[in-house]
Design a protein around this ligand. Structure first.
Ligand code: PGA
Length: 221
């Protein structure tokens, strides 16, 4: 049985109190999950990294913490940036190259490649997002998330068949071991994607904000 990654991307959502409430609901869920087959990664905003790390210790499922971004610079005089060494205190994964960052913050391939290098330097595993099969991917990346822009936050996911085809094309790149799909996933449509042989997990945005729905996503994946 292949192991699936189930990644929650909370984006710019939740306060400390809201995160505590999310974990209370999550821990009270009465569903059965096969823990061996699923790796659950929560990516909260930077302000919640220490809190989510702490809350994940007391969680009924084993949860790993990820960041949503990383500075393209090492530690130093870069006002407002959070660097890899700081992130590694709380997290083991980092999302790099999300289309919202490429579009709203004009992140270039060069910037994203620098971020991957620093993530690797500090022992953070990059989850590198691509929008299609031709997006450039740096060499030292093992996990790629295919997230077509038309599917993000629109309620209009790609078809599992097309996502599978693109996952196969992405895996033709040297070194890529796992391809995740992201875009308008819910507990109802998740299985269509995770049952595909070349899709190794999912990246969930909006639907991960609701603890009960996210629990059902994990169960159904
Ligand atoms: P969505 O976002 O699940 O809300 O469509 C996915 C993502 O942007 O990672």
């Amino acid at each position: 049985m292949k192991k699936s990654f189930i990644v929650a991307n909370w984006k710019s959502n939740k306060t400390v109190l809201e995160a505590e409430k999310w974990f209370r609901t999550f821990n009270n869920s009465q569903l059965t999950i096969n823990k061996e087959e699923k790796k659950v990664i929560i990516c909260p905003p930077f302000t919640l990294l220490p809190k989510v790390k702490e809350l994940s210790f007391n969680c009924q499922l084993s949860i790993v913490v990820g960041a949503q971004d990383i500075s393209p610079f090492d530690e130093g005089s870069y006002t407002g940036e959070i660097n890899g060494k700081q992130i590694k205190e709380f997290a083991d994964y980092v999302i790099i190259g999300h289309s919202e960052r490429r579009k709203n913050f004009l992140e270039s391939d060069e910037t994203l490649f620098a971020k991957v290098e620093l993530a690797n330097k500090y022992g953070l595993t990059p989850i590198f997002c691509v929008q299609d099969e031709i997006t450039k991917i740096p060499e030292n990346v093992e996990i790629v998330a295919y997230e077509p822009v038309f599917a993000i936050g629109t309620g209009n996911p790609d078809t599992p068949e097309n996502a599978e085809k693109i996952a196969m094309q992405i895996k033709a790149n040297k070194g890529i071991i796992s391809v995740l799909y992201g875009g308008s996933l819910t507990s109802k449509n998740i299985k269509g994607f995770t049952k595909m042989p070349n899709i190794d997990g999912v990246l969930v945005g909006g639907a991960s904000l609701d603890a009960q729905e996210f629990y059902e996503i994990i169960q159904n994946a």
